[in-house]
Structure formats: C-alpha cells, structure tokens
Design a protein around this ligand. Structure first.
Ligand SMILES: *Cc1c(COP(=O)(O)O)cnc(C)c1O
Length: 399
C-alpha cells in the first residue's frame, strides 16, 4: 500500500547522512569528551563542531548553546532555571504553549510563582500589547513560542522581543517547530533563551538544545558533573549531539528552498480540501503560518475517526498534538482560539515534510473526501444539522 507520512510536526525521519554520522559516533568515535586521551579529544571536537553548527543556524555564539535531552528539557531548563534562580516572581506565557511550557509553569505556580496565561485571537496570535500589559514589576520571564505546533501560527516574536528588552524582562521562546522552517536570529529577535529539538528537524530523538544568552545564569535542573559549562550535567550524548549539529546545518542550508516547496504542497492540500469537501474550516492564520502546517476542522465528524480512516489507507496525520491524541480532549490550542468544543473535536493536522510530493497530496485528496462523506453519513450530528442539504457558501476557509 502507498504510505504518505503527513505528521512531520510530531517527528521526522532521520536523514541518511545524519544517521551515518550518528552511527560513526556510536561505534568508532565512542570516546568520552571529558577524557584527555585521543579518543576523548575526538569526541570533544565532534561535540564542539556540532555546537558551532547549531549556533550558526540561529546566528548565536557557540558558547551560548547547551545540549539537552530534547525540546522538553530545554523548555524546563529555561523556565525552571530562571525561576529557581530568581527564587520568586511572575511569569508571562500564553494559553497555546506546548505542554512542556504550560505544565512547567503550572508546577511553578504550586511553588509560589505567579503565572499569567495570555489569551490568543481566533487565528492563534498572541498580541504584543497583551504581553506589554501583563508585565509587572516582579515579572522575571516571558515565554512565548515562535510558532505553534498544532495550528502553525507564527508569533510576532521580534515585537515581543523588542518590548521585553525595553522593559528589562527575559524572553524565552520554544522554537521547536519554527527552527529549520523559519530563519531565526537570536540577536535580531532579542530572545534570551530559545529551545530546539533534533527530531523535529530530521535528527535523532532524545537530543535538543537551549540557547542561553551570554550572562544569563540558570539554576540547574539536575546535579552532577560540570558538563556544558555547569549548566547541564551528565556525559554528553555525543552521537545525538553530532546528529543535531548535522541536521541543523543541513536544514539551515536548504531553508528558503525547502520552505517554498513545502508551502507549495501544503497549499495544494489546502486548496484541494477547500474545493472537494464542504463544512471545513482551516484553523490558524491563513497567511502567517509555518510552511509545513495545515490544520482543519471537519464539521460533524471526530478527528480520531478521520485519522483511523486515513491510516487504513496508509496516510499518517494527527488530531491535536501527538502528546494529547489518544485522549478525546479537545485541543487546548483550538479552545484558546475560541473554537467551540464540538468543532475542536473534528480537527486534523497535516504536516508535510521535505519529501512530500504533489502525487502524495493527490493520493490524500482522493482518500479524504470519500472518507469524510462516509463518516458523515454515519454521524447523527450530520443528519441533524441545520438545513439538511448543500449549505449556502459551502466551504469556509477562514479560521
Ligand atoms: C515537540 C515539541 C516539544 C518537545 O520536544 P521533545 O524533543 O519531543 O521533547 C516542545 N515544544 C514544541 C513546540 C514541540 O513541537
């Protein structure tokens, strides 16, 4: 059966050349970077080369990169690290952050920190003026993601960065989805801390990094050796780090072309769905969205049923985010954007990748329309809908 993977926002395949480099550092260049002998020195130089590659991909200095076990740990290290160091205070974040940010903030609330969870508009945008209004005298950190993992909305990070700098408040950004898809320059954005993850950019799972602007001191999450300039103890995941470095360099090098070609197949999908399926809503910002993301609500059917129907034809998509699918909870992102619960239940996220072709999209469109028709025929909600018959206006593409 044909297989089409449209879940790149959940994870990506590892590029062959990245896998090759990871393999070499598992079996051949296996030294401990802290060892003084040649085996250790070889591993150390591989780690430092990877650090430079990651830094270059965000226009940072190599010393500012701290390797972590992934995006989740990077988010935790940034937020807990700032909070624990400050001891008390107030944090500003948004309602549509990844759970790695939201649950970290909620945990800090139980430890006496105050947190403001900013609302978003119908397109999933955080308003810079809301950030400005939320900042208090005791605000220690603002944490706003660069782009959303579910609906792909790109946040006005540069504006938020400028106002945080002006107010003297640190800014963290979860850039796990944006990295490799949008040009990111930590200096131009005025971000102080920024999280990335390798497995979202064709690198291995279990490795990521936190950018920490020079001069920022963080309390560590764990205690142990003096690795990563005392910011993250434990023998370095050398193969993972090498993989992240290579993936970052490749992503950075092909970025403008890849973004353009991914946006082309994504738009083919958005157009095709709009032309062939009724009662569908494109969630997120129609323009200001990641080049790989298309997220829809199909009225009168549950996202999970659509996913199963697609899966039976070899098509992988996702409803909500990978972390919450499986639970029949409406997505916190769609709820924050003001979508009614019943509509939010019918959401499906398609995320294309660098290998997605026009023929893949044709195949998906051929499967999706009939699948939605069949599910709607079985849906009591569809039978009960107002004005049974073709609806005036037909398809809505505006979130
Ligand atoms: C995937 C993801 C994370 C978590 O990264 P892991 O490396 O899987 O821990 C955090 N934030 C966003 C926006 C993500 O998409």
């Amino acid at each position: 059966m044909r297989e089409v993977y449209l879940d790149h926002a959940a994870t990506t395949p590892v590029l062959p050349e990245v896998a090759q480099a990871v393999h070499e550092h598992l079996v051949a260049a296996y030294g401990n970077p802290s060892s003084l002998h040649r085996f250790g020195r070889r591993a150390r130089s591989a780690v430092e080369q990877a650090r430079e590659r990651v830094a270059r991909a965000m226009a940072a200095e190599a010393e500012a990169i701290v390797f972590t076990s992934g995006g989740t740990e990077a988010d935790n290290l940034a937020i807990r690290g700032v909070a624990r160091r400050a001891g008390s205070g107030h944090i500003v974040t948004s309602q549509i952050e990844h759970h790695a940010v939201l649950h970290t903030c909620e945990a800090l609330e139980t430890e006496g920190f105050a947190v403001t969870y900013l609302p978003v508009d119908a397109r999933g945008l955080v308003k810079p003026e809301d950030v400005a209004a939320a900042i208090r005298a005791d605000t220690i950190l603002v944490s706003i993601m660069a782009a959303n993992n579910e609906v792909g909305t790109i946040q006005p990070l540069a504006e938020i960065g400028a106002l945080c700098r002006e107010r003297g408040v640190l800014l963290h950004s979860d850039a796990v989805q944006a990295f490799g898809q949008l040009p990111l320059d930590v200096g131009a954005l005025n971000v102080d801390l920024m999280s990335i993850s390798a497995h979202k950019v064709y690198g291995p799972k279990g490795i990521g990094a936190l950018y920490v602007r020079r001069g920022i001191r963080l309390a560590p999450l764990m205690y142990g050796g003096g690795h990563e300039r005392r910011r993250r103890p434990g023998t370095e995941n050398v193969p993972g780090i090498v993989g992240l470095g290579m993936a970052a360099e490749i992503m950075q090098g092909e970025l403008p072309d890849r973004a353009r070609s991914m946006a082309a197949v994504r738009d083919q999908l958005i157009r095709g769905i709009g032309e062939t399926i009724s009662d569908v809503v494109l969630n997120g910002d129609p323009v200001n969205r990641l080049p790989n993301n298309a997220n829809f609500c199909f009225r009168y059917v549950e996202g999970e049923s659509i996913l199963l129907a697609l899966d039976s034809k070899g098509i992988a998509a996702s409803s909500g985010s990978a972390c919450t699918s499986g639970a029949l909870e409406p997505s916190h992102v769609l709820v924050a954007m003001g979508l009614p619960h019943d509509l939010a239940q019918g959401s499906v996220r398609f995320s294309v990748g660098r290998g997605t072709s026009a023929a893949d999209i044709e195949y998906v469109l051929g499967v999706l329309g009939p699948a939605i028709d069949r599910l709607r025929k079985m849906s009591p909600l569809y039978a009960e809908r107002a004005g049974d018959g073709p609806r005036a206006g037909g398809t809505s593409q505006e979130g």
